[in-house]
Design a protein around this ligand. Sequence first.
Ligand code: NAG
Ligand code: NAG
Length: 501
Amino acid sequence: MLTITILVTVIAQNVQTSATRASRPHILFVLADDFGYHDIGYHGSEIQTPVLDRLALSGIRLENYYVQPICTPSRSQLMSGRYQIHTGLQHSIIWPTQPNGLPLNSPTLADKLREAGYSTHMVGKWHLGMYKKDYLPTSRGFDTYFGYLQGSEDYYTHSICDGDLCGTDLRNNMDPVSYENGHYSTHLFTQKAIDIVNNYDVAKPLFIYLAYQAVHGPLQVPDRYMDKYHHIKDKDRRIYAGMVTAMDEGIGNLTEALKAKGLWNNTLLVFSTDNGGQILDGGNNWPLRGWKGSLWEGGVHGVGFVCGSLLDEKMHGTITQSLIHISDWFPTLVSLAGGSLNGTQPLDGVNQWETIKSGYTSPRKELLHNIDPLSPKSGKPAFNGTFDTSVRAALRIGDWKVITGYPGNGSWIPPPNIDTTLNHHEVKYSTHEDTSKNVWLFNIAKDPYEHVDLSKAYPSKVKEMLDRLAYYQSTAVPCQYPPEDPRANPALHGGFWGPWE
Ligand SMILES: *[C@@H]1O[C@H](CO)[C@@H](O)[C@H](O)[C@H]1NC(C)=O
Ligand SMILES: *[C@@H]1O[C@H](CO)[C@@H](O)[C@H](O)[C@H]1NC(C)=O
């Protein structure tokens, strides 16, 4: 009996392996920048996203989905499958003049998909290091790259200043390009992704990582995209809404190109934001608390969905409340691609494919939001012999979330059409908050908007979670946050931001 079972298992595995190889899906990963929880149509936004809504409603919406509070951290976890405490990128972002990057000993998602036989392409924002050529996308698993290396820039001129240092930031593979001046980035990047689809030659499955500049500041969009938003009185919000609409249209154009090429029926599309919306640049996360940059839900509870015919039919049009994190895409997509996780550093992401494809319970029970040893400390340690609550950190275990240190602005900001009297440039830190307070406990399932701090009511739960934070901290590598390097100056590199070492 045992022999038969083993034999059947072996046959089943062989069949599965060859079937997986034959039909390996194309993978399109679209990452939006600073796209808020309240900024997608299906969350009740006043911003219209017909394409995203249609795609999401044909697939599975991830409604217990988490990203990191800011750009570099989310991207580093997407590309490495590892928490920041394990890559040294715990603190802040990579600034233009900092000689820093996602460590080269962490293979990227693109490295692994390329190793599995994929043709790998990236378009858009990198933000994972550029001081040496070794850190650029085409050194990190991408066959081709078109985009910019830093966190933000002008949507038309593709240039950015860091203090007095100014330069263009746009590249084709390794080479700087200046000929696209005047071309709005959402159009430019969409077209580059469409070109990849149109040039596709059937030999290998495709991986396209389209990391839009949209909808990060600066607030810029061609006028026609604001036509349907005259009723939005707040000017920032109106421009932002137009930027979202342009991105929505771009994703529609790209899916049409995949259809025209006959690839769409075998494409898995993942759509994700990189962090919560930036209130000061038109974004909104209502009814979540806080925004981009904070450890409140408004900073980390992200918009995300997956669609494609690879999902079981019963999953089409569903919502999952399973806990899923941006670090999970690495093992999930590598396994879907039939690749191998050999040679990676220990991963913090978990394979969520069965959760997404068939609705199985997520294997993830815990989520370390971050531990940031360089952020200024706040208050005094609340307990002895465990994690120091003056340090900025947050951890989720099941439905429970603990936050320590200074979490960032914890205001609830309604969208401007609900409260037009609010001037977003005058948002203040919620005045009722006691600044010496440095520990909060929430039951996120019962209280997703973080209204009721339970830390006083459940001290033993707090202690248990702090002990777990102390364990995570014991596994952390030192934080890398090097000083500015004047050699980064674009004036020394033909007017371009790029490698200087
Ligand atoms: C989408 O395609 C239409 C038709 O070609 C074009 O006018 C529009 O600019 C495209 N939008 C984006 C964002 O690329
Ligand atoms: C996708 O469509 C193509 C052409 O229409 C067809 O040959 C192929 O079998 C389809 N693939 C899947 C997975 O349905």
